[in-house]
Design a protein around this ligand. Structure first.
Ligand SMILES: Cc1cc2nc3c(=O)[nH]c(=O)nc-3n(C[C@H](O)[C@H](O)[C@H](O)COP(=O)(O)OP(=O)(O)OC[C@H]3O[C@@H](n4cnc5c(N)ncnc54)[C@H](O)[C@@H]3O)c2cc1C
Length: 289
């Protein structure tokens, strides 16, 4: 495995922003991940994991450590023939959804259109339209920071709303899913409808990370942002989408600072006007903790 130096991260995020990583490792198999961890430990480096980069804001100053990229890790789908599928972390969720739908496996069809990798989807417990990763995931293989592989069950993965606490400090290597059965025709139709719904409701024409904020209890972040008059609000090249207020778009050569400052501005405005503190769903790398 090759560890590259000074790699621009904007190529690796859906926002198309962010500075350079001091070191960058693309992992294709479990040994690569272990080697990348060894490299970080033996050089006393901090490290962060990225998958498809579709839920990430990386600072303009970049990252002064090692980025371990799992977007190409374990690119396989194994169909055991008993409604169980094993899927490597680097398979895109879109490919997994298409595969399951076209083979008549139900449980992921409503997640059509969620970008990113299967590893990232497990980490984030990605979901949409009443389906989440946790509903079908039965177990996952994780590598801990010492390079040990641990298999965790659904319960041990500790799924919650857009999180999986049992994966903290671990790298997702592969996951197994248990599906129901429907006809592929029905599932592919649902997938198509969902993709059309997303096109209609979401601003997919400009770079974004999808929903910026988590849904606050009993409310919707987009509704609150809209009610606070923030649609179209702009800082530098970053803009709150007119179509969907919980999306911040990289409208015109935005920097990560533009996006970050707009996130803070939204949080402060919504808090001042409603008393509700919006919590970011987007994960940040290279910002002060
Ligand atoms: C247009 C658009 C629409 C979206 N719609 C939805 C939606 O409907 N529902 C939804 O849930 N999300 C949505 N998202 C957000 C995003 O696609 C999901 O969160 C996705 O699951 C992130 O996967 P990723 O591989 O891109 O992860 P990344 O963005 O690369 O990383 C996200 C987090 O996961 C960690 N991570 C990534 N890979 C691994 C791994 N192998 N092991 C351990 N940790 C890892 C990273 O460290 C980071 O903390 C949308 C994003 C966009 C751009």
């Amino acid at each position: 495995m090759i560890i590259e130096k000074n790699v621009f991260l904007k190529e690796y995020t859906s926002y198309k922003t962010g500075g350079m990583a001091k070191y960058f490792a693309v992992c294709y198999n479990n040994d690569d991940v272990r080697q990348a961890l060894d490299f970080a430990h033996s050089n006393n480096l901090d490290y962060e994991v990225i998958g498809g980069g579709s839920n990430l804001l990386i600072s303009d100053g970049g990252y002064n450590g090692l980025i371990i990229c799992t977007a190409k890790l374990n690119r396989y789908i194994i169909n055991y023939g008993n409604n169980i599928i094993k899927c490597g972390a680097g398979i895109s969720l879109a490919d997994l959804v298409y595969y399951t739908c076209s083979h008549g496996f139900s449980g992921m069809e409503s997640m059509a259109g969620i970008p990113g990798s299967t590893g990232g989807a497990v980490k984030m417990n990605a979901g949409a339209y009443n389906q989440e990763i946790k509903d079908t995931n039965i177990k996952a293989a994780l590598m801990d920071k010492n390079g040990r592989i641990v298999i965790k069950t659904n319960e041990e993965i500790g799924y919650g709303y857009r999180l999986s606490s049992g994966t903290n400090d671990c790298i997702v290597l592969w996951a197994e899913f248990l599906y129901g059965r429907k006809t592929s025709e029905e599932l592919l139709n649902i997938r198509k409808e969902i993709l059309e719904k997303r096109k209609e409701k979401q601003p997919l024409h400009k770079p974004s990370c999808g929903s910026v904020f988590k849904r606050p209890a009993g409310n919707y972040a987009g509704t609150l942002i809209e009610k606070c008059g923030l649609k179209g609000c702009r800082i530098g090249g970053a803009e709150v989408s007119i179509k969907h207020a919980n999306f911040i778009l990289n409208e015109d050569n935005a920097s990560s600072s533009d996006i970050y400052n707009l996130i803070l501005h939204i949080q402060n405005t919504v808090y001042d006007k409603t008393g509700i503190k919006l919590e970011p769903e987007v994960r940040m790398i290279g910002f002060k903790k």
